[in-house]
Design a binder for this molecule. Structure first.
Ligand code: ZN
Length: 181
């Protein structure tokens, strides 16, 4: 849950990041930044700001903004009917992003960078992405990511996105963010 004022503040802050990264948006798009707190009510720690350019029956493109050290919690994109699940390519445009995938346990230093709810992070193979670096996440791959100390702007390309069906390791996460006045 976030308040309307927190939402507006985060949208404004995300726009500043997008402008700094040189992202070109229409006036309408500038009003459409989605702020997600994953139901944890700790937006500074756990959250993403997203601008979806399009999401058709086959493909999707988004811009993701992360504030300094903000974490997108561990999740995967499950199979839906005949769709094997979302295949996702994250390409960093500005800032630093640490992406974690299966293949290793979490290093103590990584665990230290997770401010709370550490028990809900299980995959620890680290890929450090700088501007121009990208990672392809195959359908079903468990992943989570965290911005570096300055925040980050990510170009996110994928097959159809169905955010509400994403599955999270943390059982307390809900994908729809509740906004209160
Ligand atoms: Zn994902």
């Amino acid at each position: 849950m976030i308040t309307r004022s927190e939402q507006r503040h985060a949208q404004q802050r995300a726009l500043e990041y997008l402008d700094r990264a040189g992202v070109v948006m229409t006036a309408e798009e500038r009003e459409q930044i989605e702020v997600s707190d994953f139901g944890l009510s700790k937006l500074e720690y756990f959250g993403v700001q997203t601008l979806t350019y399009f999401n058709t029956d086959r493909i999707c493109a988004k811009q993701i903004v992360l504030f300094p050290n903000q974490i997108c919690p561990e999740h995967w994109h499950p199979k839906v009917g005949t769709d094997p699940g979302k295949e996702e390519i994250m390409r960093v445009r500005w800032g630093l992003v640490y992406v974690y995938i299966p293949g290793a346990d979490l290093e103590p230093a990584v665990r230290d960078r997770i401010p709370e709810r550490k028990e809900h992070f299980t995959v620890g193979k680290e890929m450090l992405l700088r501007p121009g670096d990208q990672i392809i996440l195959a359908p079903g791959t468990v992943h989570w990511f965290q911005a570096g100390p300055e925040g980050a702007v990510i170009d996110d390309y994928s097959t159809t996105s169905r955010d509400v069906l994403d599955e999270f390791t943390d059982p307390d996460i809900v994908r729809i963010t509740k906004i209160v006045d």
